[in-house]
Write a protein that binds this ligand. Structure first.
Ligand SMILES: [Zn+2]
Length: 137
């Protein structure tokens, strides 16, 4: 019983940290997207593929991005507006690697891997087609 009491608060703290890290990573990813407009579906799929399989967390990331003025909701599209946001983002950087890997988006084996570094996180590897499909180039 004593053990249980001490373990529970630690788990809760850990979970909260994971949540906010994922939201932070989601905001950085949105800022790195090389498109001005995305449909809600496109944006949700990108976040779901790269950040979290948890759809409610995907929604939390989008809401946080709207609150931070990183996204503006216009009729059926999201406009990506990092300049309007008060947050500072590092410019994203793409690295190419000749070490074999497996594409994070489609699961295919890769000979040439592309990684996108957005500051606190690196996304990838991706193939040359998939890195375009997640709008990171
Ligand atoms: Zn792929």
């Amino acid at each position: 019983m004593k053990m249980f009491r001490t373990i529970v608060p630690e788990i809760i703290t850990f979970r909260t940290e994971v949540m906010s890290d994922k939201i932070q990573a989601g905001l950085e990813l949105i800022a790195a997207i090389k498109a001005e407009h995305l449909t809600p579906t496109e944006l949700r799929i990108i976040l779901h593929t790269l950040i979290t399989k948890d759809w409610s967390l995907v929604r939390d990331i989008i809401n946080a991005a709207i609150n931070e003025k990183l996204l503006e909701c216009n009729e059926q599209t999201y406009q990506i507006t990092p300049k309007a946001s008060g947050l500072k983002f590092q410019a994203s950087r793409i690295t190419k690697s000749l070490k074999p890997g497996v594409c994070k988006r489609c699961g295919k084996p890769l000979i040439v891997c592309y990684y996108v570094d957005v500051g606190s996180m690196t996304f990838g590897p991706f193939g040359s087609m998939c890195i375009r499909k997640v709008r990171l180039v």
